[in-house]
Design a protein around this ligand. Structure first.
Ligand code: DGT
Ligand code: CA
Ligand code: CA
Ligand code: ZN
Length: 582
């Protein structure tokens, strides 16, 4: 993920410059960061093909920034960044992680209270020093306190979305080591949990592997560029700490036991305990080396044969949480879970109109390349001023542009359609941010809560129910407003929301970026017959890829293709939502 890492660095350079009140430069760095983050192409490839000139050709990247990118690609570092960081009295990275704190607030806290890091901030909050600082009300102090607690709680766990590409890169590298026959990721990563504690790699080798081969595999693993500390190194297991702070284990497994090890180390622990009980009932013994009868190994090479011998279907890792999956597998009723390739469109993405960086046409073209049949443009609305929310007029104008693009597709016989949507803000009183006369011109209306999150459960629920009563609403986005890793869900009566969604055939979104709905709630909605959608919430091209993580979330909620709306074809969608054909 060089693009993203680099973008983060450049963004931080911008932040440091902003802290120092340097004019203009911060914007330039931040703009370059946003562009690079959204590049479809790997920046290393651009550089290897076209050198410094290629970098300068990226829009928003001037000579000076291009040189810093080059330095990063060659050395893995930017000296200018290191200098700024060393010079800065503030542990900016740390403070910036606190939800609700940005450059301006951090600067004010430093200037007025001398707060340099998280510890200082905690102290100041304890002594109620923060609220009197102008611009910081009682409520902000409370919010900051909660955000710090949240940070501390989630410490040590990583968002799968943020680390999986790096993990897969390492997986692929392991596959290429001589002597390695098989590689699989196990543990919570294989179960596609939304957060993971560490990474568990299994490496399969032949029964008669030579010592030097074992050495080579382990040496390669512990000497990768990403390693900052070797925790342990042995013949069957090694552990490392990576530069991201993420720990990784590698276990060497003989192929004859690979399935058993994969089953065991995939977990979850709860699932394993249940499974072992079943083995015992059958007079067998199950462990990471195999399934044994007396002292003889009867199964071990593949997971499938182990589950089969225990009288059940193979269970997708996403379902292995020790709930009902084993019962269901015994009666051979494990559903066929939704897959990324089932997805035919995305209803949640943002265009340049509301501050994203994709033109409508760019977005459509990207969606076509992904094999989508439709893409719903779902920009924010006017009450979200920082997001450049659209007002009624803008939405109508945008609708005209979408019509025009769709006409071009039709003329060229391209069976693809941009849909006119909107992510209409639910105001404090539950009314919608856009008038009905405009809502009715759209293909679909999706609604979201973004502000005033601290209401009582009763108030919040009433607010959402009222918004859902608008006749044009088709989707309730991120129903609990949680942003995994950043913000807890708000107080809300999900049962009431689900009941009403069921009654009015309103679809609920699984938002990829926020992991909201969570998998348990998604399962419940599915069981009630509520149709779900998975939305990427992309603001940049690269974020369309986040659909993958929404699919994982859905799979963990037992969701099938038929439970989703954005798995149906354009033709079916036209009927389902009664879209006007054009
Ligand atoms: P994580 O790393 O916290 O996100 O979660 P996991 O599930 O990856 O847990 P981890 O890395 O501690 O262990 C990997 C798997 O190994 C776990 O899912 C199941 C198996 N395992 C670990 N410890 C035990 C245990 O004490 N009993 C059983 N039955 N299985 C275990
Ligand atoms: Ca793990
Ligand atoms: Ca582990
Ligand atoms: Zn959105």
């Amino acid at each position: 993920m060089t693009n993203r890492e680099l973008a983060k660095l450049l963004f931080e350079i911008g932040d440091f410059l902003e802290l120092q009140e340097v004019p203009f430069k911060p914007k330039a760095y931040q703009q370059a960061a946003i562009t690079i983050d959204s590049l479809a192409e790997d920046i290393r490839k651009i550089y290897s093909q076209s050198g410094l000139k290629g970098l300068e050709n990226i829009s928003g990247v001037g000579k000076s920034i291009a040189e810093k990118i080059e330095e990063y690609l060659i050395t893995g570092k930017i000296a200018y960044y290191e200098e700024l960081k060393a010079e800065s009295p503030i542990a900016f990275e740390e403070l910036n992680k606190v939800e609700g704190l940005g450059v301006k607030k951090i600067k004010k806290l430093y200037e007025q209270l001398g707060i340099r890091n998280l510890k200082d901030l905690e102290e100041a909050i304890k002594k109620h020093k923060v609220s009197p600082v102008f611009g910081f009300g009682e409520k902000t102090e409370q919010n900051i306190r909660e955000a710090i607690d949240f940070l501390k709680q989630s410490k040590g766990r990583f968002l799968l979305r943020e680390v999986l590409p790096d993990i897969e890169k390492i997986e692929n590298r392991l596959k290429k080591i001589r002597g390695v026959k098989k590689v699989s990721i196990a543990g919570s990563v294989r179960r596609r949990k939304e957060t993971i504690g560490d990474v568990d790699f299994l490496v399969g080798v032949s029964e008669d592997i030579e010592r030097y081969s074992v050495e080579r595999i382990m040496n390669t693993f512990v000497s990768m560029d990403e390693v900052i500390k070797v925790v342990s190194k042995g013949d069957t297991r090694s552990s490392i700490k990576t530069k991201w702070g993420l720990d990784m284990d590698l276990r060497l497994i003989r192929l004859g036991s690979f399935g058993a090890a994969l089953q065991y180390f995939t977990g979850s622990k709860e699932h394993n305990i249940e499974l072992r009980k079943i083995a015992i009932k059958e007079g067998l013994k199950l462990n990471e080396y195999g399934l044994f009868k007396n002292k003889t190994k009867i199964k071990g090479e593949t997971e499938e044969e182990i589950y089969e011998r225990l009288g059940m279907e193979w269970i997708p890792p996403e379902l292995r949480e020790g709930s009902i999956e084993i019962e269901v597998a015994k009666s051979k009723k494990i559903p066929k879970l939704v897959e990324l390739s089932d997805i035919k469109g995305d209803f949640h993405c943002h265009s340049a109109w509301d501050g994203g960086d994709m033109s409508l046409k760019d977005m459509a073209q990207d969606a076509i390349l992904r094999g989508y049949e439709y893409l719903g443009i779902n920009d924010h609305t006017k009450s979200l001023k920082i997001e450049n929310g659209l007002d009624e007029d803008a939405l109508l104008r945008q609708g005209k542009e979408i019509d025009k693009i769709n006409r071009e597709f039709a003329e060229n016989n391209i069976a693809f359609r941009l849909l006119k949507g909107s992510e209409v803000d639910i105001l404090k009183d539950g009314s919608l941010d856009i008038e009905d006369r405009v809502l009715k011109t759209l293909d679909y209306v999706s609604i979201s809560i973004h502000n005033n999150l601290k209401m009582t459960k009763e108030q919040m629920t009433q607010r959402i129910l009222k918004a859902m009563s608008n006749p044009y609403v088709k989707i309730l986005n991120h129903p609990t407003t949680r942003i995994l890793g950043k913000r807890e869900e708000c107080e809300i009566d999900l049962d009431a929301i689900f009941n009403y969604a069921q009654k009015r055939s309103i679809s609920l979104e699984i938002n990829s970026y926020r992991s909201d709905l969570d998998s348990q709630s998604a399962k419940k909605a599915k069981e009630m017959g509520i149709k779900l959608t998975i939305g990427s919430d992309a603001h940049t091209k690269i974020e369309f890829n986040d659909m993958t993580y929404g699919v994982f979330q859905a799979r963990r909620g037992w969701v099938e293709k038929k439970d989703l709306i954005n798995t149906i074809s354009l033709d079916k969608l036209k009927k389902y939502w009664q879209l006007k054909t054009n």
